[in-house]
Design a protein around this ligand. Structure first.
Ligand SMILES: *[C@@H]1O[C@H](CO)[C@@H](O)[C@H](O)[C@H]1NC(C)=O
Ligand SMILES: *[C@@H]1O[C@H](CO)[C@@H](O)[C@H](O)[C@H]1NC(C)=O
Ligand SMILES: *[C@@H]1O[C@H](CO)[C@@H](O)[C@H](O)[C@H]1NC(C)=O
Ligand SMILES: *[C@@H]1O[C@H](CO)[C@@H](O)[C@H](O)[C@H]1NC(C)=O
Ligand SMILES: *[C@@H]1O[C@H](CO)[C@@H](O)[C@H](O)[C@H]1NC(C)=O
Ligand SMILES: *[C@@H]1O[C@H](CO)[C@@H](O)[C@H](O)[C@H]1NC(C)=O
Ligand SMILES: *[C@@H]1O[C@H](CO)[C@@H](O)[C@H](O)[C@H]1NC(C)=O
Ligand SMILES: *[C@@H]1O[C@H](CO)[C@@H](O)[C@H](O)[C@H]1NC(C)=O
Length: 544
């Protein structure tokens, strides 16, 4: 009954808009099997009954109303006729009621009028179901057919993918009036849910969702080592992990230098790693649904022994200038690089030096005293660095031997002569005077000089490590008496006696002689020498 009411409203609207087919609005009318339909004419209720009115379905009589009412046998009990408008209600509809209906009336005093309309009776849509040729599919190789079936008549179909309508394309075909959806070469995005929606003009229905399981991959394989490094200390731990885009999840295998390892799973943990663990690791992902593989690029794991016990050793512990010396830098563990440092700065190789054996040996061809210093060797690998130091002291000399001291000295004065030389270790010295050995020390001292101490003092320096002796250095010394005139001992005695006699009154004369002498000498030492002379004179006098 409700359905009929809806149709009345629809008819009313349509009447206002169209001229219709005569007395009836334009059709068709749709109705469900078992339902009711109302054929409403456009007439306003008439004052006077019509002379005749007749409804026909094709050429079959439904009702003819003039003197009495004649109802067709098939319509007995199924119709209600409205005399004032000639409208007709038809109930208990069957599919056989679909077709063309026609009404003819003859109002009093007017010409005959006609109207016609068609009726479609539909079986309502129900039991919409989808049948899939398969739901377990493989990307890029499977195709799938989804067929939709439904009860009902005059059906039309559409497919929903999620909430949007499926559109036909190269890959997506809609056949059998839209009831079959074929997806060729499925992709992972075709998982749905797919639903079939069925319509007829009177009703609609939607199927349960169908989900497709689409296997894909593995792809985008991603292999990482953590911690992220290439070199590992012997005894440390590391873990390698592998992932891949895959449905279902990939299975993983591991390879070391191309050899399949017994470990499986997305993570390979290496505990207490040893040298034998070094190599190229790769992982392989396998999808047992797609039967596809993907293998990662290999990554290098190198296991290294820590550097320890670094040392620098010298080929000699007594390096001598001019000799050749090797400093050898060694350590236990995996040595990657060696670097030499001298006195805190990177070593600059001179012509004198050669590095052998990847910097292991620093070779001095001919040692120079400038090569003395602190040598460090830094040994490194990606794990650690160790440094060892060696101090080189180049033994050399003696050289530049020099004697310092006076060349002239007065008798009975103290004589000090110093001999020096450049030498490592310090030199030892030997003094000789006129061929006679005097003393073995750097400083030669004589408290009270005698005239016989005049002569050529020779100093010789010697280095007992280098085994070298310097060439002799000669220093001339003259020990002078009070008077400078060339005079023998007897002459001096005579002079003294003369003095005793002549200079009884004082030593003014002596002073005079002295003064006269110094006037002939260079000025520089005047004062000093004057005093010495004076003292000496009085000493000599007193002694007598
Ligand atoms: C015809 O039927 C209608 C309704 O069923 C009724 O109102 C009318 O009086 C009938 N006419 C005659 C002449 O019997
Ligand atoms: C419809 O008509 C066919 C013959 O045309 C008949 O066989 C069938 O029984 C009819 N159906 C109904 C529901 O009256
Ligand atoms: C399926 O699609 C992929 C990419 O869309 C294409 O590479 C492949 O050739 C297709 N396979 C078939 C059988 O059409
Ligand atoms: C279904 O929808 C997804 C996006 O939601 C789309 O990528 C895919 O191609 C669609 N599949 C079909 C068969 O329409
Ligand atoms: C389907 O039918 C329902 C009533 O059963 C109606 O409300 C809805 O609008 C219809 N949908 C379409 C798309 O025709
Ligand atoms: C690892 O691979 C690299 C290059 O791919 C190669 O040079 C190296 O020798 C390989 N190492 C081992 C242990 O196979
Ligand atoms: C220093 O090392 C070089 C190279 O190893 C070697 O030829 C040379 O004989 C060594 N010299 C000394 C003094 O050990
Ligand atoms: C020289 O004099 C110093 C002190 O003036 C004295 O210690 C030393 O013994 C003296 N040497 C000689 C040989 O008399």
């Amino acid at each position: 009954m409700e359905i009929t009411v809806i149709h009345l409203i629809i008819l009313g609207v349509i009447t206002g808009l169209t001229k219709g087919a005569g007395l009836l609005p334009e059709g068709p009318l749709n109705a469900a099997v078992g339902g009711t339909v109302m054929f409403t004419t456009t007439l306003t209720p008439a004052e006077k009954p019509f002379i005749t009115a007749a409804w026909k379905f094709g050429d079959r009589n439904i009702i003819t109303s003039n003197v009495g009412n004649i109802t067709g046998p098939e319509y007995e009990g199924r119709i209600t006729y409205f005399t004032s408008t000639a409208s007709l209600e038809l109930r208990n509809l069957t599919l056989n009621d679909s077709g063309e209906y026609r009404v003819t009336i003859t109002p009093q005093g007017e010409a005959q009028k006609h109207g016609n309309i068609s009726l479609s009776v539909h079986v309502p849509v129900s039991n919409v179901t989808v049948n899939a040729s398969g739901t377990d599919l493989v990307e890029f190789s499977s195709s799938v057919h989804l067929s939709c079936s439904s009860s009902g008549s005059s059906l039309s179909f559409l497919w929903l993918n999620g909430s949007s309508e499926v559109a036909a394309s190269d890959r997506v075909q809609l056949t059998d009036g839209g009831s079959t959806l074929t997806i060729v070469n499925v992709t992972r995005y075709d998982q749905g849910p797919f639903r079939c929606r069925v319509f007829n003009p009177f009703s609609n229905g939607t199927s349960d969702p169908v989900n497709l399981t689409i296997s894909y991959g593995p792809e985008n394989i991603y292999f990482t080592i953590s911690p992220t490094q290439e070199s590992f200390e012997e005894g440390s731990n590391t873990s390698l992990s592998c992932s891949a885009v895959s449905r279902p999840s990939a299975l993983f295998n591991w390879f070391l230098n191309g050899d399949l390892q017994s470990d499986t799973g997305p993570e390979l943990t290496l505990i207490n790693i040893q040298m034998s663990h070094s190599g190229n690791y790769s992982c392989q992902a396998f999808n047992k649904k797609t039967m596809r593989y993907q293998t990662s690029q290999p990554s290098v794991v190198s296991v290294l022994e820590r550097i320890s016990g670094a040392s620098v050793k010298s080929s000699t512990n007594m390096p001598i200038e001019g000799s050749s010396v090797n400093l050898t830098c060694d350590a236990a563990g995996a040595v990657f690089t060696r670097k030499w440092v001298k006195d805190g700065s990177n070593l600059t190789l001179t012509e004198n030096m050669i590095l052998h054996d990847n910097n292991r040996v620093l070779s001095f061809i001919s040692l120079n005293k400038k090569d003395s210093g602190e040598y460090s060797c830094k040994i490194s690998n990606p794990i650690n660095t160790e440094e060892a130091t060696y101090t080189v002291v180049v033994n050399y000399g003696p050289e530049n031997v020099q004697i310092t001291g006076p060349n002239e000295i007065h008798i009975e004065q103290t004589l000090t002569l110093t001999c020096s030389a450049e030498s490592t270790p310090s030199a030892s010295y030997t003094w000789t005077l006129n061929g006679a050995e005097l003393q073995n020390s750097a400083i030669f001292t004589k408290n009270i000089t005698e005239l016989s101490d005049s002569g050529n003092y020779i100093c010789e320096a010697m280095n007992n490590v280098t085994g070298r002796t310097s060439s002799s250095v000669v220093h001339q010394l003259s020990v002078t008496a009070v008077k400078t005139s060339p005079c023998s001992a007897g002459c001096i005695a005579g002079l003294v006696i003369a003095c005793l006699v002549i200079c009884g009154a004082g030593f003014g004369g002596g002073y005079y002689i002295y003064k006269k002498r110094i006037n002939n000498k260079p000025q520089a030492h005047d004062t000093e020498r004057e005093e010495h002379m004076y003292e000496n004179t009085s000493e000599v006098y007193e002694n007598i």
